[in-house]
Design a protein around this ligand. Structure first.
Ligand code: ATP
Length: 238
């Protein structure tokens, strides 16, 4: 599916201080693909996601979207290129209402806010029920849906999701993954980091396994799921 490469990462190196955390990451994501990034805690997945979003400065390598080099762009410029990160830990504005959190995500396209907000509330009916409540009062799952809705408001071409299921109950994870499946069917390009590797692989087209800041395996989601060694390392716990 989707023959055209939308995101390309080449030999990406970055770290904190002198010590590299990513030692030359290569990956490609095609338009409309969902790609899962798997790997143990500390492998560098969040660092990679933050680098893609311009929140962490890469030291070396390349990040291209649709052929355009993102390496030296600021985070706001990268959002304008259509790369949107829904960060680990959701980070909604707890004192603002659900509605205001959603609307904030639409700041780049003010003419479109009403229609897109309505789309989000259709997509996530739980948010409509809580529209005027403070976001800090939502359950973890509802906050995650809100964070995704806020991200979608800026019309991403590539949605980066960092640990969306973290700390959520199985029932709400199922609801969340159903929403991701819908986005996928709408041809959204998605990069998903999630500790629920079996669920992520069930949804993803392809996957990369990252260990110690390097890609150690890549393949179709089915290939990665069928690899015994990887299954023991990443799927066994769930
Ligand atoms: P997790 O699932 O635990 O978030 P991860 O694969 O996303 O794991 P990262 O969060 O990217 O991994 O962390 C990779 C390495 O970088 C770890 O060794 C971590 O301790 C280190 N690290 C992450 N953030 C910082 C920071 N702000 N300052 C210094 N070191 C950091």
């Amino acid at each position: 599916k989707g023959a055209r490469e939308l995101l390309g990462v080449g030999e990406l190196v970055t770290g904190y201080g002198a010590e590299p955390v990513l030692h030359g990451i290569n990956l490609q994501v095609k338009q409309g693909e969902m790609v899962a990034l798997l790997g143990a805690n500390g492998a560098g997945k969040s660092t990679l996601m933050r680098a893609l979003a311009g929140l962490h400065r890469p030291v070396q390598g390349g990040i291209h979207v649709d052929g355009r080099n993102l390496m030296h762009m600021r985070a706001e410029e990268i959002v304008k290129q259509g790369v949107v990160l829904v960060p680990e830990g959701r980070q909604v504005f707890p004192e603002l209402s659900v509605l205001d959190n959603i609307r904030l995500g639409g700041f780049l396209y003010p003419d479109d806010i009403e229609a897109r907000t309505e789309d989000m509330l259709t997509r996530f009916p739980r948010l409509r029920e809580r529209l005027h409540q403070r976001a800090g009062l939502l359950s973890g799952g509802e906050q995650q849906m809100l964070a995704i809705a806020r991200g979608l408001m800026s019309r991403p071409r590539i949605l980066l999701l960092d640990e969306p299921s973290l700390g959520l109950a199985p029932k709400i994870i199922a609801e969340l993954f159903a929403a991701l499946d819908r986005l996928r069917n709408e041809n959204m390009t998605i990069v998903l980091v999630d500790q629920m590797a079996a669920l992520a692989l069930a949804l993803a087209d392809r996957a990369y396994v990252i260990e110690g800041g390097r890609v150690v395996a890549e393949g179709t989601a089915a290939e990665i799921a069928a690899d015994d060694a990887l299954a023991r390392a990443y799927l066994g716990a769930h």
